[in-house]
Design a protein around this ligand. Structure first.
Ligand code: COA
Length: 165
């Protein structure tokens, strides 16, 4: 699929008005409610960093990131380096406007997160991207992007090959 170009990932601020003209399915209401009611509070407390995905026609999605660590024993074939925890970025929430799905925007959001890790790699290490598999459709999306399902249903993407580049 062609990777559609997102013009910008705009950090949430006091002016952010979530949901204006945003089309979503009933089953995704909880995710949208996070962005409407909790995202800014979490951001002010430095717990999450949230973004609007903006392209020429308007807002096509929302993304929330946070930091976490994963115990290496959960991973397939972890290298023994004498430390159990692996630093990670958690994709807490990601939602694309229902009418814009299947056009590469979700993939763009993952590439954006990878670009952040590449930028910060000289200052802070991050080895994994992680996300909890909310439903089967989202699971397929993340697996296609290169994430692997762990036993506890966490989806994990190993950034090591990307960080060599
Ligand atoms: C999951 C979600 C973020 C994917 O975003 P998207 O913009 O539609 O995904 P993309 O267009 O970038 O798709 C990338 C690949 O995943 C595949 N894919 C995306 N959604 C899929 C689905 N529901 N079922 C199967 N494959 C899917 C696409 O076919 C594409 O494959 P390709 O590279 O082989 O062509 C979006 O469907 C969404 O907002 N879902 C509701 C909220 C949700 O479940 N969020 C995830 C939990 S945090």
């Amino acid at each position: 699929m062609e990777n559609k170009k997102i013009l910008g990932f705009l950090p949430f601020n006091d002016e952010t008005a979530v949901g204006v003209d945003f089309k979503y399915k009933q089953e995704d209401e909880e995710i949208l409610n996070f962005f409407k009611n909790k995202a800014l509070k979490c951001q002010r407390e430095h717990v999450s960093r949230c973004f609007e995905l903006k392209e020429s026609e308007g807002i096509v999605g929302y993304l929330a990131l946070s930091l976490c660590s994963i115990n290496a024993r959960k991973l397939k074939n972890p290298k023994n380096i004498g430390l159990f925890e692996r630093p990670a970025i958690r994709i807490g929430q990601l939602i694309i406007d229902e009418t814009k799905r299947g056009q590469g925007y979700g993939k763009c959001a993952i590439n954006f997160v990878i670009s952040i890790v590449r930028m910060m790699k000289w200052y802070l290490p991050c080895r994994l991207l992680v996300v909890d598999a909310l439903n089967e459709k989202a699971q397929t999306f993340y697996e296609k992007a290169g994430f692997q399902m762990m036993e506890d249903r966490t989806l994990v993407f190993d950034l090591a090959p990307m960080l060599k580049q």
